[in-house]
Design a protein around this ligand. Structure first.
Ligand SMILES: O=C(O)Cc1cc(O)ccc1O
Ligand SMILES: [Fe+2]
Length: 475
């Protein structure tokens, strides 16, 4: 059931619905009625349009929001390059040039908390594919921060949408469009371009980010599942409008931009958080992972993990995602005559995994820990570690709840993912013995049938196709 034991303070108020057309005003009458850009907006507000898709994108994809604000977003001085030494999105020059493409299975020990940096300076690109300048691909980040962003700083990424998976702590995110409190077991999405400031009401924070350089996240199709379940639309929460007033010109604010993997800064003498009202379908939102309505096998076999997709970002090829965000929530396993953990497999998609809390049921050997990660790249073989295989092969197949108090997730992509210098070396978290600890110790269990039975390679021991009466699923 949803984690609702936190009381949501009054200053965080939400409107519900995924990709819904919302409208919200912090002062009654700030939204124009029946027109988007009147000659003069109410209360002397400026009107501004924020486009998340091309003007001409089909209606089913089009995302935009109309803002009514005290000063337009353009009212700032020119951007200047900022330091790179602390901004680790791009520690060298262009991240996509410094990336290591390697087939090794990789696993990282938990990433450290870092109390010395704020949100902007906490971002570490671990792996990625593509290029934000070409609007293709994705980046995967670890963040670990212990300081509030300066009270007069705001940040945005022009490179992509941030899907933020919080692993530790609480994020208070003041965005242009309103405030969100992101709590344990919640995720949030901040679309490209939206300005925000992160503070940490409960101390240090840590987690993972998928930055999507192309398109936007959608809910997956449900196909034969029908019209509801998995992540339901109404459980996605967008903030209502709220604004600050500081426009007498006496205070200096800094606007920080992530642009092509580099950090830039521009000065302005008024608060960036001055949107009094807005309407549209391009906005930040959050989601409580405990609300996911999980589907699974009630007969036999281990289904594909696509049944656990929370959000997907489609490529141009139908059914193939640039990024799927998949979770492994607490659930019942009841499949009969089945090896219940994931099968050993190789995938044309790449799989980056993280653990928010608890233990992942496919990796019970202890090496995959909360705040750690793993990467199984395109066609890199993987599957349960030896101890998990042993346990699952001999388990009494009663209905069994797995993952209680646990939440693992996967960023799955059709793209081959490269690892940055930081991810491979500088972070010093790569486990050197991942293969040895997981699979190299697996023992052959093969026993040839006795010669009387015979083997001729036709698929069954006696050369005949198994009849239905031999099949344990037909009784
Ligand atoms: O590799 C993994 O642990 C993720 C995963 C889980 C699953 O249930 C099936 C396939 C898969 O890649
Ligand atoms: Fe996998």
């Amino acid at each position: 059931m949803p984690v609702t034991d936190f009381k949501t303070p009054e200053k965080y108020r939400y409107q519900n619905g995924f990709n819904a057309y919302h409208e919200t005003e912090a002062i009654e009458g700030a939204l124009p009625v029946g027109i988007n850009n009147p000659q003069r907006c109410a209360y002397g507000l400026y009107n501004e349009k924020l486009s998340g898709t091309a003007f001409t994108a089909p209606r089913s994809e089009n995302q935009q929001t109309w803002l009514y604000r005290i000063l337009p977003a353009s009212a700032h001085a020119p951007f200047e390059p900022r330091e790179h030494s602390t901004f680790n999105t791009n520690p060298e020059s262009k991240p996509w040039e410094k990336i290591h493409q390697i087939p090794n299975q990789l696993r990282w020990d938990p990433f450290d908390l870092d109390e010395t940096v704020d949100w902007v300076h906490s971002l570490h690109l671990v792996a990625g594919a593509g290029d934000p300048t070409m609007k293709t691909g994705l980046g995967m980040f670890i963040f670990a921060a212990g300081k509030d962003m300066d009270r007069r700083h705001a940040f945005y990424s022009a490179d992509g949408d941030f899907l933020i998976v919080l692993q530790h702590g609480v994020l208070d995110i003041q965005t242009e469009l309103g405030r969100m409190l992101v709590r344990p077991n919640e995720i949030c999405v901040i679309p490209r371009g939206i300005r925000y400031r992160v503070t940490l009401p409960e101390g240090p924070v840590r987690g993972y980010i998928l930055e999507l350089y192309q398109g936007h996240f959608q809910l997956p199709e449900l196909g034969p599942i029908g019209s509801h379940c998995l992540a339901n639309s109404r459980d996605f929460q967008a903030p209502v409008a709220s604004f600050d007033e500081d426009h007498d010109g006496s205070n200096e604010y800094i606007l920080l931009a992530k642009f092509a993997g580099h950090l830039f800064a521009a000065k302005q003498n008024h608060t960036p958080f001055d949107v009094v009202a807005w309407h549209g379908n391009y906005y930040p939102y959050k989601y409580d992972l405990a609300r996911f309505a999980t589907i699974g096998s009630i007969s036999y076999d281990h289904p594909d993990p696509s049944i656990f997709t929370v959000l997907t970002a489609r490529s141009d090829h139908s059914g193939t995602a640039v990024a799927d965000f998949v979770i492994f929530p607490p659930r019942w396993l009841v499949a009969e005559d089945t090896f219940r953990p994931p099968w050993y497999h190789r995938n044309t998609m790449s799989e980056f995994m993280g653990l928010i809390h608890g233990e992942y049921d496919a990796k019970t050997g202890g090496g995959f820990q909360p705040a750690g990660a793993s990467l199984h790249n395109v066609m890199s073989a993987h599957g349960p570690d030896g101890s998990t295989h042993e346990k699952a092969s001999n388990a009494d197949l009663k209905p069994m709840k797995v993952g209680s108090g646990s939440m693992a997730f996967m960023f799955e992509s059709c793209l081959m993912v490269g690892v940055t210098e930081w991810g491979l070396k500088k972070c010093a978290k790569v486990q050197p013995h991942y293969n040895a600890e997981s699979w190299e110790g697996l023992k052959p269990r093969f026993k040839r049938p006795t010669p009387a039975v015979g083997v001729n390679g036709s698929g069954t021991a006696n050369g005949k196709l198994a009849s239905t009466k031999d099949n344990p699923h037909y009784t």
